[in-house]
Every structure is written in structure tokens, then in C-alpha cells.
Design a protein around this ligand. Structure first.
Ligand code: SAH
Length: 394
């Protein structure tokens, strides 16, 4: 088999079972492997380290499939996918939730492979050359293991460009129509757009946090910044909020959000198309006040290079949110930026409270739901962090 040989001293992270090989650590590659081929990775002294997918165009030049010399074939993918599905059976109640992440990339031992189940449809997202090579095999294994009726592909994440891969979107198994699917999440219905929705269609990682907001909302005036298709807003309304003001800059997302409110027969949500940064200022100037503010912005810092700018953006919105909260009010604020650590995020939020002139306490630390595990050897898998802060009462 074709081999990738590392420079001296560069075997440490693979030995700790971190699955990525960076191009800077490579001494040489034997033969002429193509993008997506399985190669053996060896240390400079010739020790076998891993079987990995070769990705010559990316800075992450190889991603480990396995730490032993088993065959990387259809049986391998079937085994990993069945394991990932089995692990999820233990903590999700299928009678109240049929929208779950089945495969979460590196943390499920399948670098570059994400698969989400939306009722009887699987949406698969492949983002590395290795995953792309095994498209048909992975699709078959997902269909077989899940018993789903059809499978859509949404391999259109930006990162594919770094791998030199074109976007691939569309039906792969089963019927094309409908392109919208209604799912059940903790007893609430949400319509998911397979073709045009963000990520694979829905932010499944926020499932538990949406339910938490449902329990916090009773009798409160709620502001949901960056509401997308209404996940937090519909939960807040279902939880008995007095009012909900939901804001997003995407008219398409808001159209679905209104539909989601209708599906759950909740009323009292005002859907506003606006830029949250501007709207928060308007609300401040109008001296509006809220008892619960949720901020779930898009990824401001995809990588460490964007951290300073992202920090300013997080500070700006959380400072304004603190100013809008009544005494005893609650801020639920998130960062899904891989480049911003939980520690830094907490510092930013603390600085915002200080500058807003409020005393606040953290009452909960939040993260992604359990179907988005983080392999201990792959800390990069941890991206979503949230804080629930309570502003002191009088
Ligand atoms: N909380 C949502 C997910 C939010 S995703 C859920 O649980 O489903 C982030 C959203 O922010 C997207 O819908 C995007 O359209 C919106 N967005 C991005 N920049 C924005 C801005 N400056 N103002 C308002 N909305 C914005």
C-alpha cells in the first residue's frame, strides 16, 4: 500500500489517536496516491501508525480511519455506522424526537462524515476527500442501518473547497420529493428544508437548549436574536411566554419560522426581519425591556484567525442584551465558533455585563446535545458553548 511517512517527532498526535495529519509534518509520500485513497501512515522510524484517507489539496493531508491494519472497505463503514446508531439508541426517546444526528464525523470515528435523520429521511454531508470517495458505500450503510426511506446529500459546506471537492446536493436514495420534512423534537413539530436549510437543514445541536428555554419562558417577555426557523421562539411560546420577539436577517428562514409556529398552534410571536446588531440598538433606544434574551448567532470565528473580530461581535450583542434585561432577567447566549474557547467566551460575556453595568451570575453552562459527542482525543470537535446568566434582581 502507498505510504505517508512523517517527519521525526511528528507521530505524537497520531499516537494519541488524534485523527489529523497536517501537511507540515509529512516527510514524504511513496507511490502516487490519488485524493481520497487509503494510505498507511508511518513514523520516521518506520512504525505503522494508522490507515488514513489521503487529501493532497488540504492542509489536513490525511485523516485516520483506523489505528490498526484492518481493511477499509464496505464492512468497515457498515460497522462504524451501526455502532454510531446503536450508541444513540440509549439516550434519545424516539417517541418524542425523530430528528437526530446519527453520525458526527471524527468523534464517531468517521472523519468528514455527518448524517442526520429527519423522520424517514437521512441527510448526509461529506466534507473530506476520503469521505467523498466512499459516498455510495456510506449511503448504502446509512440506509441499511437506519431503515430510513430515503437519503439526501447536502455536501455543500465551505470546507469542501479546501479539499478541492465540488458541491454535491440532491437526492441519492429514494424519492426526491418532498424537499421539506416535518420532524418532531421533544413533542414540537418543525419543518426542515432539506434543499436550502442551513447545515443539513436544522440546528440539531441546540435541541436540549431549546427545551431548556421552553422551561424558562413562562410569563416572560422573550427576545430571540438570530431565530432561524424559530427553534427557540416556538419553544418559548409553547412554554407560556407572555410575548416573543424573534429576529433574523433571512426572510426565507422567517417564512419557515412562521410555518413552524402554525404547526404548533402557538401565537404571540412577532417575527421581524432585521439585523440583530441594529435591532438591539433600536430596542435600547426605545427603552424596551425583556425578561429572557436568547442569542444564537452564526459562527463569527470559524478559525483562530477571526477571533479578535468575533470577540468584538459577541461583546457587542451580549452587552446590548444585558442592557435590555429587567432585573432578574435571563440571558441565554451561545457561541458556535470553533476559534473561541469556552473560557474566552465566558470572559467576553463577563466583560459585557461589567460594561452594561449589571451584576449577573452564570446559572448553567450549555453545550451541544448528546448526539453530537466529542471524542476525548479530538477536542476540536467541541464547538458549541452557551451560558445561562441571571441578572441580579433589586
Ligand atoms: N437558534 C436557531 C439557529 C440560529 S442560526 C435554531 O435553534 O434553530 C443563525 C441565524 O442567524 C441564521 O438564521 C442567520 O440567518 C441569522 N443571521 C446571521 N447574521 C444575522 C444578523 N446580523 N442579524 C440577524 N440574523 C442574522
Amino acid at each position: 500500500m502507498q505510504k505517508l511517512i512523517l517527519k521525526p517527532g511528528r507521530e505524537k498526535s497520531l499516537k494519541r489517536r488524534h485523527p489529523w495529519v497536517f501537511s507540515g509534518g509529512v516527510a514524504r509520500v511513496t507511490g502516487e496516491p490519488s485524493s481520497g485513497d487509503t494510505i498507511e501512515v508511518h513514523s520516521s522510524s518506520g512504525d505503522f501508525l494508522a490507515l488514513a484517507a489521503y487529501s493532497p489539496k488540504s492542509q489536513i493531508v490525511a485523516r485516520a480511519w483506523s489505528w490498526d491494519t484492518r481493511d477499509i472497505d464496505a464492512g468497515f463503514f457498515r460497522e462504524r455506522i451501526e455502532r454510531a446508531l446503536r450508541e444513540r439508541e440509549t439516550f434519545l426517546d424516539a417517541s418524542t424526537t425523530d430528528a437526530i444526528r446519527l453520525v458526527h464525523g471524527e468523534s464517531d470515528g468517521l472523519p468528514g462524515v455527518v448524517a442526520d435523520r429527519y423522520a424517514d429521511t437521512i441527510v448526509m454531508q461529506l466534507s473530506s476527500a476520503g469521505a467523498d470517495r466512499w459516498r455510495e458505500v456510506i449511503a448504502d450503510a446509512l440506509m441499511e442501518a437506519s431503515g430510513a426511506a430515503r437519503l439526501w446529500e447536502r455536501s455543500d459546506a465551505e470546507v469542501r473547497k479546501l479539499e478541492g471537492l465540488p458541491a454535491a446536493v440532491g437526492p441519492l436514495r429514494g424519492q426526491r420529493e418532498p424537499t421539506r420534512v416535518t420532524v418532531n423534537e421533544n413533542g414540537l413539530a418543525f419543518c426542515v428544508d432539506l434543499e436550502r436549510g442551513h447545515k443539513t437543514g436544522f440546528y440539531l445541536d441546540q435541541r436540549d437548549n431549546r427545551q431548556l428555554v421552553r422551561t424558562l419562558a413562562r410569563g416572560r417577555d422573550v427576545l430571540d436574536g438570530f431565530c432561524y426557523t424559530g427553534g427557540f421562539s416556538v419553544n418559548a411560546a409553547a412554554g407560556g411566554a407572555r410575548s416573543v420577539l424573534a429576529v433574523d436577517s433571512s426572510s426565507e428562514a422567517l417564512e419557515l419560522a412562521r410555518q413552524n409556529a402554525g404547526l404548533n398552534a402557538v401565537s404571540g410571536v412577532s417575527w421581524v426581519e432585521d439585523d440583530v446588531f441594529l435591532l438591539l440598538r433600536k430596542l435600547r433606544d426605545e427603552r424596551r425591556a425583556f425578561d429572557l434574551v436568547v442569542l444564537d448567532p452564526p459562527k463569527f470565528a470559524p478559525t483562530a484567525a477571526h477571533v479578535a473580530k468575533a470577540a468584538r461581535a459577541y461583546k457587542d450583542i451580549s452587552l446590548l442584551a444585558f442592557k435590555l434585561l429587567r432585573p432578574g432577567g435571563i440571558l441565554v447566549t451561545f457561541s458556535c465558533s470553533g476559534g473561541v474557547s469556552a473560557e474566552l467566551f465566558q470572559k467576553i460575556v463577563a466583560g459585557s455585563a461589567l460594561d452594561a453595568g449589571v451584576d449577573a451570575q452564570i446559572i448553567r453552562h450549555l453545550g451541544a446535545a448528546a448526539d453530537h459527542p466529542v471524542a476525548l482525543q479530538f477536542p476540536e470537535g467541541e464547538y458549541l458553548k452557551g451560558l445561562v446568566c441571571r441578572v441580579s434582581g433589586q
